[in-house]
Design a protein around this ligand. Structure first.
Ligand code: ADP
Ligand code: MG
Length: 288
């Protein structure tokens, strides 16, 4: 089971003076159960890329397949695909439209043919999963804070029980606390349900902490696609394309340059602490 892109290119407004080559020859395989980060500066093609994964947009050339089937084949059921590969858009406002939160989240499952009663059951589960409180179920989605709106939008997709959950910059515009809460809830979905998660972000810090694979986009080209440590090892190239590695990468490289024998591939505070302590002990031993 996987999503596969082969030689995918996408051009907006082809043949006009507004022509933009948003994706250039992308090859990608997304197996079940991975937690993937897609990163790149604004305009690098992240949103265009993820909209190919559930057939919201059709490649200008190349193929997209899901579980081995070409999703643009004539009789392919793209509607079913879109509930299996759920996409949460960057601006939740665009996804909310019902008069109360619960009805809003029921929309997807009812669209899948569930009764209101069954849909409500899924909707409640989904809302609680993303930390949305029951006392707010009857509120208008438009009266919610930014973080709560994002939760409702995520729940709206979760209620359809997707196999794959794609989130386009789910933390944009949130304060650090709201950001960490939402990311922790997403990480829990991956851990507890083994859901495939694709998280689009422009922040390396966010991604470094959670994902097992990072896809770096730059001007429509897939520039890196590897484990976080391997990607951050290219921190100078990342900087050249307007992306920073996590702060910890810089600290470790600076210590190494000062002569402390630390592991520069440490990508979180725990790893860094262990490595620094070890290097300090070793230094002490050497001086004895
Ligand atoms: P990102 O999500 O990384 O910011 P996008 O995929 O939104 O990047 O955009 C990639 C390129 O395509 C950018 O140059 C952007 O201006 C252009 N683009 C995106 N959406 C449209 C659209 N609907 N019409 C025309 N150009 C677009
Ligand atoms: Mg985008």
């Amino acid at each position: 089971m996987s999503i596969e892109l082969k030689n995918v290119t996408y051009t907006y407004s082809p043949g006009t003076s507004y022509e933009i080559h948003a994706l250039k020859d992308i090859n990608l395989n997304i197996p079940d159960g991975q937690f993937i980060g897609v990163i790149g500066h604004t305009g690098s093609g992240k949103s265009t890329l993820i909209q190919h994964l559930n057939a919201l947009i059709q490649p200008t050339s190349g193929t997209v397949s899901y579980n081995g089937e070409d999703v643009w084949a004539e009789n392919y059921n793209r509607r079913a695909l879109r509930s299996e590969v759920g996409l949460v858009f960057q601006y939740p406002e665009h996804q909310l439209f019902e008069s109360d939160v619960l009805s809003d989240v029921c929309f997807g499952p009812m669209n899948q043919g569930k009764s209101r009663e069954e849909a409500e059951e899924e909707a409640k589960k989904a809302l609680l999963q993303v930390g949305f409180k029951e006392k707010n179920f009857k509120k208008s989605p438009f009266d919610l804070s930014g973080g709560q709106k994002k939760r409702v939008a995520i729940a709206g997709v979760l209620a359809m029980k997707p196999e794959v959950l794609i989130l386009d910059e789910p933390t944009a515009g949130l304060d650090p606390k709201g950001r960490d809460e939402i990311l922790d809830e997403i990480a829990a979905l991956h851990r507890e349900k083994r859901m495939t998660i694709i998280l689009v972000s422009h922040s390396m810090e966010d991604i470094a902490k959670y994902v097992e694979r990072i896809i770096v986009m730059n001007h429509g080209v897939k520039t890196f696609d590897d484990a976080p440590k391997k990607v951050f090892a290219h921190y100078k190239e990342l900087e050249a394309i307007g992306l920073a590695a996590p702060q910890i990468t810089y600290i470790m490289h600076a210590l190494k340059e000062k002569g402390l024998d630390v592991d520069t591939s440490a990508i979180n505070v725990d790893e860094a602490t262990t490595s620094i302590l070890r290097a300090l002990w070793k230094k002490e031993e050497d001086h004895k």
